[in-house]
Write a protein that binds this ligand. Structure first.
Ligand SMILES: *[C@@H]1O[C@H](CO)[C@@H](O)[C@H](O)[C@H]1NC(C)=O
Ligand SMILES: *[C@@H]1O[C@H](CO)[C@@H](O)[C@H](O)[C@H]1NC(C)=O
Ligand SMILES: *[C@@H]1O[C@H](CO)[C@@H](O)[C@H](O)[C@H]1NC(C)=O
Ligand SMILES: *[C@@H]1O[C@H](CO)[C@@H](O)[C@H](O)[C@H]1NC(C)=O
Length: 329
């Protein structure tokens, strides 16, 4: 696992306009069509008005950011445009924290000798599964871990397979008491602990056998496909904070985990950390495969496309787990 700021390319399909209206009428027209496009219906009294105020502020912010980054990366009114940045932080990202440090034997020793290419990408090499939607849940850390393993599995010559993120969200209650970190399901977690959970439990199911259902991601017409899993065995409320107020036992790890369905032969024997030096990260990405990384993702809320490279980025405030497939220098 590594942490870094920048050096990440993401692509979201969405339309971007050169500049958004900031006046009441123009913003309101856009808000109406945006709600339609994203299937948004606000049910609470006054919510529509409140969401519109947030949307308008976000339009101003997007225009400002597009001015600042001048096309190097662009921002747009995507599906998170009705969320206050603090709400995005709370619901989608994780509490901000520092990167953990590990004993030195954990780190991959690296000497960068060869010059790095200008660009490199694992996606066309068929080592990366499709982009997923975590929904309104702080489960990025589980996606990040599982997708790193998908890459390693494919790099080992096995068929590229969507593996189960929900298994890790539901079942991993690992804790690192001296480091004061824990895996907390929809409230955040750490890839280094998730690797330890997978080593301990002995494997992973496929996505199809144990599908993702957290974060309200089900199709509007199939709300029954959403789930409310109970906290993982070992969930530490003093490290994680209070658990979900309501949960359904039959949608939880104890009811759903079936070790007989673990992918045959898929086992983790160890995990390694990579230095935060971006040259080393680039070199290891090419050598090892898609990596699990942690980033400061404040600016990702309204991100549209381009190389994600914020001007100000505090690497001590990590709040998002991601996978790094490609580099662009
Ligand atoms: C990062 O690593 C490269 C290659 O080993 C080295 O040349 C460079 O000085 C390092 N940068 C920092 C900031 O340590
Ligand atoms: C992974 O799941 C997605 C979404 O269901 C699907 O489109 C894709 O083909 C799957 N990838 C593999 C390698 O099975
Ligand atoms: C939960 O974490 C705290 C540290 O904040 C630790 O003292 C305690 O032993 C942990 N509880 C369990 C059940 O592991
Ligand atoms: C709990 O989950 C089961 C299995 O998904 C479902 O059939 C049941 O309706 C759920 N119960 C409640 C109260 O939502």
């Amino acid at each position: 696992m590594v942490s870094l700021c920048g050096l990440l390319v993401l692509v979201l399909a969405n339309s971007v306009s050169s500049s958004y209206p900031e006046d009441e009428e123009g913003a309101n027209n856009l808000f109406q069509s945006w709600k339609q496009e994203h299937g948004k219906e606000y049910k609470l009294l006054g919510e529509d008005f409140g969401r519109f105020q947030i949307f308008k502020n976000n339009l101003k912010l997007i225009n400002k950011l597009n001015g600042m980054y001048k096309g190097k990366m662009t921002f747009a009114a995507n599906k998170f445009a009705d969320m206050d940045p603090k709400e995005f932080q709370r619901k989608i990202l994780m509490p901000k924290r520092r990167a953990p440090t590990f004993e030195s034997s954990r780190y991959i020793k690296s000497k960068v000798n060869d010059p790095l290419p200008d660009s490199f990408d694992w996606v066309p090499k068929n080592m990366v599964t499709s982009v997923k939607d975590q929904g309104a849940a702080g489960s990025c850390w589980a996606f990040s871990t599982v997708e790193n393993i998908e890459g390693q599995w494919a790099m080992a010559g096995k068929p590229l397979t969507n593996l189960s993120v929900e298994q890790v969200v539901d079942c991993d209650g690992m804790e690192d008491i001296p480091g004061k970190n824990a895996d907390c399901g929809v409230f955040g977690g750490w890839p280094y602990l998730a690797y330890q959970y997978i080593m301990k439990t002995g494997g992973l199911s496929t996505w199809n056998d144990y599908p993702y259902c957290s974060g309200d991601t089900a199709d509007k017409h199939h709300p029954q496909d959403n789930c409310m899993p109970c906290p993982a065995p070992g969930f530490n409320a003093s490290l994680c904070g209070p658990p979900v107020p309501y949960c359904n036992m039959s949608q939880s790890c104890v009811a759903k985990l079936n070790k007989a369905k673990f992918v045959n032969g898929l086992q983790l024997s160890s995990w390694k950390a990579i230095d935060q030096n971006e040259t080393v990260v680039a070199e290891q990405l090419m050598k090892i495969g898609p990596l699990s990384i942690a980033i400061n993702a404040e600016l990702l809320q309204l991100y549209h496309k381009g190389v994600f490279e914020p001007h100000h980025c505090d690497p001590k405030n990590l709040d998002h787990g991601n996978k790094l497939n490609c580099l662009n220098i």
